[in-house]
Design a protein around this ligand. Structure first.
Ligand code: FES
Length: 104
């Protein structure tokens, strides 16, 4: 089941390029790229590096530790050494508020 959790007002979140959000035991990176929001686990699937400071290029986030790449939309691993993707979360904007879809 997916439950949408409000994480803040769109205007406030737009002011930040990246925001770390803690929802229960999940640390989620909300990132803006080319005007869209993306949300993914702040944890590289290769060896657990945080992705909060990772570069973004061509719709992919690049782990700063060993260079694995992940598609921002799907979380799929698109570059070695990662072979497993990272969880992504649906982002919804309604009435000026931003929500993340969290699966339980
Ligand atoms: S920890 Fe991210 S590529 Fe190795």
């Amino acid at each position: 089941m997916v439950e949408f959790v409000e994480i803040g007002k769109e205007a406030e979140l737009r002011a930040e390029e990246r925001v770390l959000i803690q929802i229960e035991d999940r640390e989620i990176l909300l990132i803006q790229h080319e005007g869209d929001f993306y949300a993914l686990a702040n944890l590289c699937s290769h060896d657990g590096e945080a992705l909060g400071d990772a570069d973004v290029e061509d719709g992919e986030i690049i782990c700063p530790r060993h260079g694995a790449r992940f598609n921002l939309s799907s979380g799929a691993a698109t570059g070695l050494p990662a072979v497993v993707g990272v969880p992504v979360y649906q982002v919804k904007i309604e009435d000026g508020a931003v929500f993340l879809g969290i699966s339980y």
